[in-house]
Design a protein around this ligand. Structure first.
Ligand SMILES: *Cc1c(COP(=O)(O)O)cnc(C)c1O
Length: 381
């Protein structure tokens, strides 16, 4: 191969991130300290004045703590799209709850709100919508479903920073909590990390306590307060989910670049849309006018007669990485057996899974890399 492989995804890390992490290391605060506080304040301020942000070491941890905080427990049913990563559902199991899988909408691949309503029972307590690829789940539709059935909403916004729909930025809606991911290849990164945002001060405090062993003061507070630093109260059997200062230092720089990185991905998506329009590919949904898609992923659906394996092999042979989002949960051994599911129980997800592929879309892509992806797609088709 004459040119370097174009990976499916790559973090966009520059000298400012490296300098910020180095400064954190030199400061001596290697665990949660002043940079974590600063990152949380900056993230919350970026969304809205009445939002509280609590950082964690992954979105998975954040989803777990949000569900714990709203009191999900054994036997409680939580609606979860089958079209997601396993983390969205596994956190319900951590608490002894029952994830109830929901089929997706054919056009957007977001969870189908009507299919969700049909799965509500007397035991349904909550719903975890996933803004797939960065396209927000219809905010009014979601709020109406939640209100009609008395459901708590915890948004899995792992793909959706920054994103907005119906004049509302993801993280500022009516939900109890929204959880973002800063995993290495997400829209902004701290290596591993996540953020829970909420307007509920009591829920935020519970999450803060539970992310650090159920201790009601963190190390930073203990060294700042007039109460002796050695003293702390354990008020619950908590977890070890806190973010580190070097990670928060990276996050602060990435937060400042998040909109520019998003705009770069949107420009790549626009180029793909234009170049792929004549190819027979089904292109990703953009949402109604006024939607700001984060473009975390660019999932295409292949035309009839083009096998997915053949497409992925062809792309690989041309030096282009691809991926598949997602293998629906009902086809995964654990979730299939847990729910006793058959492929035909989720007809849309099962059918669309067979033809979906994600193409590279990351802000650090060069013009040449974008051109090579376009040439490869056209060549393979
Ligand atoms: C990546 C991802 C998560 C988990 O994020 P982590 O920060 O890695 O825990 C959860 N849900 C979805 C939809 C994801 O893509």
């Amino acid at each position: 191969m004459s040119e370097e492989f174009v990976p499916f995804a790559l973090p966009d890390i520059g000298e400012p991130e490296i300098d910020a992490v180095a400064a954190a290391l030199r400061s001596g605060w290697l665990s949660s300290g002043p940079r974590v506080k600063e990152f949380e304040a900056a993230f919350a301020a970026r969304l809205a004045a009445d939002i509280t942000a609590v950082s964690v070491n992954s979105a998975t941890a954040g989803l777990h703590l949000a569900l714990e905080g709203i009191g999900i427990g054994p036997g409680d049913e939580v609606l979860v799209p089958t079209w997601t990563f396993t983390a969205t559902a596994e956190v319900v199991r951590y608490l002894g709850g029952v994830p109830v899988l929901v089929d997706c909408d054919r056009a957007t691949l977001n969870l189908d709100l009507a299919a969700a309503a049909a799965k509500v029972t007397a035991r349904t307590r909550a719903i975890i919508p996933v803004h797939f690829a960065g396209l927000p789940v219809d905010p009014p539709g979601l709020a109406e479903l939640a209100q009609e059935h008395g459901l708590e909403v915890v948004e899995d916004a792992a793909h959706a920073f920054p994103a907005s729909a119906a004049g509302q930025e993801v993280g500022t809606g009516a939900s109890r909590a929204t959880v973002f991911s800063f995993y290495a290849t997400k829209t902004m990164t701290t290596g591993e990390g996540g953020m829970v945002v909420t307007r509920d001060a009591e829920l935020a405090q519970r999450i803060r306590t539970m992310r650090l062993h159920g201790i009601n003061r963190d190390a930073f507070d203990r060294y700042r307060s007039s109460v002796p630093a050695w003293h702390y109260d354990v008020v619950a059997p908590g977890f070890k989910y806190n973010l580190t200062d070097p990670a928060a230092a990276m996050g602060l720089v990435q937060l400042g670049r998040a909109q520019a990185m998003r705009d770069r991905r949107a420009a790549i998506a626009a180029m793909y849309d234009e170049m792929f329009a004549p190819t027979g590919l089904e292109l990703p949904a953009h949402g109604p006018a006024g939607t700001e898609h984060s473009w975390h992923l660019y999932p295409v659906r292949l035309p009839d007669g083009m096998g997915r394996d053949r497409f992925i092999e062809g792309m690989g042979a041309r030096g282009i990485g691809t991926s598949v989002h997602f293998i629906p949960l009902h086809l995964q051994p654990y979730w299939r057996d847990f729910g006793g599911h058959q492929p035909q129980d989720f007809p849309v997800a099962t059918a669309e899974f067979a033809r979906v592929v994600s193409l590279p879309i990351f802000s650090a892509m060069t013009a040449r890399q974008i051109e090579r992806v376009i040439q490869a797609v056209v060549g393979v088709l």
